[in-house]
Ligand binder design. Structure first.
Ligand code: ADP
Ligand code: MG
Length: 365
């Protein structure tokens, strides 16, 4: 019997930049998915999750295709199918998943599931795994098998993350560096709005095409850049449509904020980092318009707590989670006040998790 763990992730700053060739700064958290693997000699693979009733049994001859009736098992099935296409033989085994990571909340449980499955299946093959290959492979599973056009950030963070470090990823060329993220007496709190992310797919695609439109206008003015994040802020004046200009202003200013955030985290200046978080949320709220009443309520009450250095929505928006950096002495006051006010304004009950940063995918002894 072998056990493996893949964490969830939060993006500290740099939102909606992955598809604009910009910088993102995720960390792995200590919530995640544990996979227990038992080898079998009959070539059969079984899939079971503690949090889902559906189980599945597949043999080496079965062709695997996405099917909504297969529910959660589509993720491991996608991994197995893609590994077969890469030429790997999948040995028989029982796979059992258990999780502390909330699902469908923007903490990337889907990527954690793909990564932990791939990691485990290849470990028993004693294949030496390249983390960047692992991230790209799982992104392709999500894009091609599941049919979700996500960027590379989630899989990259979960494959390469390290405790007490954030991962600065340049999405234009997929290079990365580690930036210290040491909280000392502060805590990273995750506020789960528990708002179903209904609009997310249509709005995500709408923002993508608005950014393409902005880039086209900049190209037409003879500025030869590949990605919107490379644009000079003064070029915003070229964009006459107010909505497109606001979208571009978020992208360009957010990329500058990520560079600043990395610089100040290097100096362990959490206060300035917190102010950049606040500015990031404002930009996502007002210019990019992807937050909504629930995330805005959580963030504004969070920001009002003394000893909260900063707060912002994280992930694609329209529900999901927000994060805050809070002094340990203020954590219980924070939880109580934010949750009470959130319920009063929205009628929803949020969940607040006090998390630590953690390592990316790994085997557990
Ligand atoms: P997110 O990645 O933000 O959590 P997604 O909608 O992309 O949200 O992925 C959530 C899906 O991943 C769930 O609906 C479920 O199918 C699958 N999933 C996540 N965690 C588990 C788990 N512990 N067991 C089985 N399936 C899981
Ligand atoms: Mg996901």
């Amino acid at each position: 019997m072998k056990r493996f763990f893949a964490p969830g992730r939060v993006n500290l700053i740099g939102e909606h930049l992955d598809y604009n060739g910009g910088l993102v700064l995720p960390v792995c958290i200590d919530l995640g998915i544990t996979l227990t693997l038992l080898e079998r000699t009959d070539g059969i693979v079984t899939l079971q999750s503690k949090s889902h009733p559906l189980t599945k049994e597949i043999s080496a001859e079965d062709t695997l295709e996405y099917n909504s009736a297969n529910d959660w098992t589509n993720y491991p099935l996608g991994v197995i199918q893609h590994l077969r296409e890469e030429g790997y033989r999948i040995n028989g085994c029982d796979l059992f998943f258990e999780s502390t990571l909330p699902e469908s909340s923007g903490l990337s449980s889907s990527a954690a599931l793909e990564i932990v499955t791939t990691f485990a299946l290849l470990q028993i093959h004693r294949v030496k795994l390249d983390s960047v290959w692992l991230a790209n492979f799982c992104k392709l599973v999500e894009n091609n098998f599941i049919g979700v056009q996500c960027g590379i950030m989630d899989q990259y963070a979960i494959a390469l993350g390290r405790q007490d470090q954030s991962l600065l990823i340049d999405c234009a060329n997929l290079s990365h560096t580690y930036i210290p993220f040491e909280l000392g007496d502060y805590r990273l709190l995750i506020m789960n709005s528990k708002k179903p992310r209904a609009l997310i797919h249509s709005k995500y695609n709408e923002r993508k095409s608005e950014c393409e439109e902005a880039l086209k206008i900049i190209h037409n003015a003879n500025h030869d850049i590949h990605h919107l994040c490379e644009a000079d802020p003064v070029w915003l004046d070229l964009i006459t449509d107010e909505v497109i200009r606001k979208r571009a202003r978020h992208v360009i200013s957010e990329n500058i904020r990520v560079k600043e955030a990395a610089k100040f985290l290097q100096m362990n200046d959490l206060s300035t980092f917190g102010r950049l978080m606040n500015a990031s949320h404002y930009s996502l709220q007002v210019d990019y318009e992807v937050s909504g009443i629930e995330l805005d309520t959580l963030v504004s009450y969070a920001q009002q707590i003394k000893n909260c250095l900063g707060a912002r929505m994280t992930g694609a928006g329209f529900g999901g989670c927000a994060i805050a950096v809070v002094h340990q002495t203020a954590v219980s006051e924070f939880k109580e006040k934010v949750a009470d006010n959130y319920f009063r304004v929205t009628g929803l009950t949020c969940e607040i998790y006090e998390t630590k940063t953690g390592d990316g995918v790994h085997a557990i002894d």
